[in-house]
Design a protein around this ligand. Structure first.
Ligand code: G3P
Ligand code: CA
Length: 254
């Protein structure tokens, strides 16, 4: 069985400002096999790599991503809030991350944040991301994921050649059978959802299991321990804020 992949969650986000090119480049230096990024649409229809639906937490600006233009977002500082060392680091576009992916032969997990169903701006977000990936012939390197499983099912039905994963925080009943109804290729559970039943059903349904760690203080279990539980469960990939630690742990397992 191949060694599990290590994908850097929002980049090497424990050591650099999340969802920025510096966090992605650091993850590559640390030996990650790929990246996990979040994408939202801007008011003028571009996709940017940022976690929240507003720029408030991670930049020096204010407002919802869907109400700001790309030019307005590009003026923001997405680095200083993490540390003055990263002053002026911008919010990247999906296109920039795709260029990085192509340049380094990375695996890229694009989490489409289309869970804001009250905002029509998100309706075409998954499709726009898919078109950007297909235009660069990067489909084989990219896994799409979302907590919006309907969106992933619709994406898969429009583009069977794309790889899709279902994000989950908690165990789902009959998860293998459920995932098959969406055409998904992978399950993306947090540790709480990574049950023995999920592993068994994923194997039966030929689904990859790409598990993600939750950073403190949002998880009571240190990320290092979450990772150890994930290796032990037999996952295909870990998605983690500490790819350097994951790389060291994986080497110990080999
Ligand atoms: O891809 C897993 C994880 O990123 C989902 O949660 O909130 O960190 O985007 P969040
Ligand atoms: Ca994410």
């Amino acid at each position: 069985m191949p060694a599990p992949l290590i994908l850097a969650h929002r980049g090497a986000s424990a050591a650099a400002p999340e969802n920025t090119l510096v966090a992605y480049e650091l993850a590559i230096e640390q030996g990650a096999d790929g990246l996990e990024i979040d994408v939202h649409p801007t008011r003028d229809g571009h996709l940017v790599s940022i976690h929240d639906d507003s720029v408030d937490r991670t930049t020096d600006g204010r407002g919802r991503v869907t109400e700001l233009t790309l030019a307005e977002i590009r003026q923001l500082d997405a680095g200083s809030g993490f540390s003055p060392d990263f002053r002026g680091v911008p919010v990247p576009t999906l296109d920039e991350v795709l260029d990085l992916t192509a340049r380094h032969g990375l695996v890229l997990n694009i989490e489409v944040k289309d869970i804001y169903r009250h905002d029509a701006a998100y309706d075409g977000a998954a499709e726009a991301a898919a078109e950007a990936v297909l235009a660069r012939v990067l489909a084989e390197q990219v896994v799409f994921s979302s907590f919006n499983h309907t969106s992933m099912a619709e994406l898969k039905s429009r583009h069977p050649e794309l790889t899709t994963g279902l994000l989950m925080m908690m165990p789902l009943h009959e998860v293998g059978a459920y995932a098959r109804t969406t055409g998904a290729d992978a399950l993306h559970p947090a540790l709480a959802a990574l049950t023995p039943a999920l592993i068994t059903q994923a194997r039966e349904a030929n689904l990859a299991v790409n598990a993600w760690t939750i950073a403190p203080p949002f998880s009571p279990l240190p990320e290092e321990e979450q990772l150890r539980a994930m290796w032990a469960a037999g996952v295909d990939a870990v998605i983690t804020n500490i790819p350097d630690v994951a790389v060291a742990q994986r080497a110990e397992l080999a």
